[in-house]
Write a protein that binds this ligand. Structure first.
Ligand code: FE2
Ligand code: FE2
Length: 256
């Protein structure tokens, strides 16, 4: 708006009316500031008891993206060994942040990539802290757990030249995030611990966004359409999830 004399006089009039209720306005601002602080602490608290009730997330794009749904056999095995799943989940959050940090250092040319990765690292480290809190609350000791076959099973197909290597890592990242989301949702439905179920539902919002971010970045940084590459990894990922697996992990296959 251009401020001419008439506008200025209107503004001055409005300002004098405003000044009559200065106290109200300040009170309003303070209330808003206070509730914003509360909102952000509810959103980002390390203590899962402080988190707000999770919003409902539409998982249909995730189910469409993935080539296979988690089997009931995996869900049963996971429920029967929750401490192992929680330990592996902690490892996954740390690895997700580490992988994003590697990408952050390796590909410094893209503003979009840097910004998205910085946010992702922040969120994955928050999840890591939250899962550590859950372990502490449950009196669960940290235990070394070797990595399963899942990520390696996809990374071995990564092309070795740029920018194809970067595009593949981003597509693989999208699959890991989407699968995590699908499994959190599956576990939240059957888990006999409402606090943990609520936390898994809380994670759906950020993890489903991470899936979309990785996929969008992969396409934006590729000269060619990535559909064919996505279809390739879709088949590889579905096979890793559906075929028999001797180790139980957060992203393991059907229990052998
Ligand atoms: Fe996470
Ligand atoms: Fe994530």
């Amino acid at each position: 708006m251009t401020i001419n004399a008439q506008n200025l006089s209107t503004l001055t009039q409005e300002k004098s009316v405003e000044s009559d209720r200065t106290e109200d306005v300040f009170q309003e601002i303070n209330t808003q500031k206070h509730s914003t602080q509360e909102d952000s602490s509810q959103e980002d608290s390390v203590d899962i008891a402080q988190l707000r009730t999770p919003i409902k997330v539409d998982l249909s794009p995730i189910y469409e993206f993935l080539g296979a749904r988690t089997t009931q056999a995996w869900i049963n095995a996971a429920i029967a060994d929750l401490p192992l799943i929680i330990q592996d989940h902690a490892n996954c959050e740390k690895k997700a942040a580490g992988t994003a940090m590697n990408l952050l250092f390796r590909y410094e040319f893209s503003y979009d990539l840097q910004r998205k990765l910085a946010q992702l690292i922040r969120e994955e480290m928050l999840h890591y802290e939250q899962v550590l809190g859950i372990m502490n609350e449950r009196g669960q000791e940290w235990e070394y757990l070797s990595a399963g076959r899942y990520a390696k099973g996809m990374l071995k197909h990564k092309r070795t030249y740029e920018p194809a290597a970067m595009v593949d890592v981003l597509i693989i990242g999208a699959f890991i995030e989407a699968r995590s989301c699908e499994r959190f949702a599956a576990l939240a439905e059957v888990i006999n611990d409402e606090r943990l179920a609520k936390y898994y539902r809380y994670l759906l919002k950020s993890e489903s966004r991470h899936f979309e971010d990785y996929l969008a970045l992969a396409q934006s940084l590729s000269e060619n359409n990535i559909d064919e590459r996505v279809a390739f990894f879709k088949a590889v990922e579905a096979e890793l999830i559906s075929s028999p697996d001797t180790e139980l992990r957060f992203h393991s296959g059907t229990p052998a």
